[in-house]
Design a protein around this ligand. Structure first.
Ligand code: BJW
Ligand code: ZN
Length: 246
């Protein structure tokens, strides 16, 4: 793969890099994306499942959907894309800002990860906010109840209409303001406020590189669009980095 000189120049000069990632980076680990041709929301309507009212209306169904996805996530492994991102830490101040809830960046070993939409492995009581790991919850097939107050337990993810974790979002914004290159990997970049992150980076002067299997609405905004899978392109970018720094 031949990369443009301008991009290689930017890599040579860069000190700080952020990866803004979405569901596409985990596709090669066998986890479905939300939108696009293989997206889960071609079959299930987001408004029926990923919002708090839906959970109150039908908690068992929403819980079951998350249990199904947890099983897939548990059986999945980080892929070459996640692993390449972790390797960037050897050469740059590297931060991962992810919209994903699957913890695959964590399992690949990335050190600094800002999870903007939560983490599917954690849960909390909607009444008293107590946190529960999955092994602390009695699984019966129905939505579990809090052993302290009897409230419904929900996954610690951000649904539509809910605030993102404020400190995490603020740290992600600060990283975006300070980075030299922002890679936008495997995301349709249509969900806000998360999608402000690459815009913040660009406004602050960063070079913006999109990696996606297809053109998105975001492509015209990027300085460089690399078309292909994250698992195939990120290791190739890493090879270039190694050539420059070794
Ligand atoms: C590959 C590949 C391969 C495939 N390699 N690439 C303007 C400003 C602010 C807010 C809004 C706004 N306009 C509308 C809103 C509201 C709303 C929103 O953004 N809606 C838009 C959809 C229109 N936002 C919210 O509600 C947010 N909260 C909020 O605004 O709070 C403010 C507030 C609160 C209260 C009162 C008043 C104000 C919250 C958004 C939460 C999103 N949550 C979800 C679910 C998380 C839990 C779960 O997983 O179940 O997060 S939705 C879903 O979308 C999930 C994802 O993180 C997110 C983004 O999706 P992503 O990652 O981009 O995936 P896809 O599928 O869209 O794209 C995959 C891409 O990969 C594709 O491009 C493929 O081509 C590519 N690909 N294979 C590389 N191998
Ligand atoms: Zn409780």
């Amino acid at each position: 793969m031949i990369f443009p000189d301008k991009f290689l120049e930017k890599i040579k000069e860069a000190k700080s890099i952020i990866f803004f990632t979405g569901a596409g980076i985990s596709a090669e680990s066998g986890i479905s994306t939300f939108r696009g041709k293989d997206g889960i929301w071609n079959k299930l309507k987001p408004e029926e499942l990923a919002n708090f009212d839906a959970f109150l209306r039908n908690p068992d169904m929403v819980w079951e959907w998350y249990q199904y996805r947890r099983k897939i996530v548990n059986e999945a492994l980080p892929n070459a894309g996640h692993i390449a991102i972790k390797e960037f830490e050897k050469y740059f101040d590297t931060k991962v800002v992810t919209q994903n809830v699957d913890n695959l960046h964590g399992r690949a070993g990335s050190k600094t990860i800002y999870e903007l939409h939560g983490n599917i492995e954690r849960n909390y009581c909607i009444n008293c906010n107590s946190f529960f790991n999955l092994d602390e919850i009695e699984l019966t097939g129905e939505v579990p109840k809090c052993d302290k107050c009897g409230g419904l337990i929900r996954p610690d993810v951000v649904w539509f209409g809910e605030m993102l974790p404020q400190e995490t979002f603020m740290n992600a914004e600060i990283s975006a303001q300070r980075c030299d290159i922002c890679f936008v990997v495997g995301t349709s970049a249509v969900v806000y406020p998360a999608a402000y992150i690459p815009h913040t980076a660009k406004s602050a002067g960063a070079y913006l590189v999109e990696i996606n299997i297809e053109k998105t609405d975001f492509s015209s905004f990027a300085d460089l669009s690399l078309t292909g899978t994250a698992g195939e392109i990120l290791p190739k970018v890493l090879e270039e980095v190694k050539k420059i720094f070794i």
